[in-house]
Write a protein that binds this ligand. Structure first.
Ligand SMILES: Cc1cc2nc3c(=O)[nH]c(=O)nc-3n(C[C@H](O)[C@H](O)[C@H](O)COP(=O)(O)O)c2cc1C
Length: 251
């Protein structure tokens, strides 16, 4: 199985070392093939904030760089580890740029066949949750099967260090188990509700979001994934509910 590691760090240190440990564990019991992609090493320009990818479609992005290479690598991988250090209670700026460049995938989900691990490394526990939550938004229809936050403060005692090592080992195993047991995943309830918001919005706001409208048009509730009757009912209910809220100007 192919594992793609996307790292936002500006250097090859704590975050990289943590992923390497996970890779080492996997070598013991899996056939996982790792590929590392450092955002700092590719041609990945800063988001200009023009909003064109969201409104008119990602193919209209004025920036010409390696963005599509990233998409291609994700689509050709089974598992993706999104990894960033915690910078002032969020992801580091290179990873924030990644989030902004792929903001359109929040409107138009994409990675239904992929499984994700979200990894944050940090000096302390403060802000790791915020960073992890921000990065989790980038699974875009894929399933997050593991979230790991690792601390590496220089003053950490032996006991705490051992705890962190155990955490890495445990999470590596969990990622392996859930990924190897790869049934086609079903979208979660939260995702169905999220989807319904944009489904409703694409109809009500088609003038402002033509790309969303085209994406959701005639999709019969969902893209690429067959829903159960109950899931279709959930999407139908929430799409109608959000349509009413949008019409009334609440959202
Ligand atoms: C600009 C900057 C801001 C940081 N902010 C925080 C922070 O808010 N909380 C924290 O616990 N660690 C913070 N750190 C520490 C890093 O998150 C931590 O050392 C991380 O593991 C570095 O990963 P790297 O070696 O992959 O760059 C910060 C580091 C830098 C350089």
């Amino acid at each position: 199985m192919k594992i793609l590691v996307i790292i936002g760090s500006l250097r090859k240190k704590n975050t990289y070392d943590t992923v390497k440990k996970i890779e080492e564990y996997h070598k013991n019991y899996s056939d996982f093939k790792y590929e590392y992609l450092f955002l700092k090493d590719i041609n990945f320009k800063l988001c200009k904030g023009c909003f064109v990818c969201i409104s008119d479609g990602e193919e209209k992005c004025p920036l010409k760089d390696d963005r599509d290479l990233i998409i291609n690598k994700i689509e050709n991988s089974d598992g993706i580890i999104l990894a960033s250090p915690n910078y002032v209670m969020n992801v580091c700026w290179l990873m924030k740029n990644y989030i902004d460049r792929f903001a359109y995938t929040m409107h138009r989900p994409k990675y239904f066949n992929q499984y994700f691990m979200i990894l944050i490394t940090s000096g302390s526990y403060m802000g790791t949750k915020q960073a992890s939550n921000a990065l989790s938004l980038m699974s875009s229809g894929g399933k997050i099967i593991s979230k790991l936050s690792i601390y590496n403060s220089p003053g950490m005692n032996k006991n705490k260090k051992e705890k962190q090592e155990k955490k890495i080992k445990r999470e590596a195993k969990r990622f392996y188990k859930l990924l190897s047991n790869k049934k086609k995943h079903r979208p979660s309830f939260g995702f169905l509700v999220w989807f319904s918001v944009f489904n409703a919005s694409s109809i009500e706001n088609k003038k402002y979001f033509p790309a969303d409208y085209e994406f959701f048009k005639n999709k019969n509730y969902f893209i690429n994934i067959k829903l159960t009757l109950l899931q279709k009912l959930i999407v139908s209910f929430f799409t109608n509910f959000f349509t009413i809220l949008i019409k009334k100007g609440f959202i």
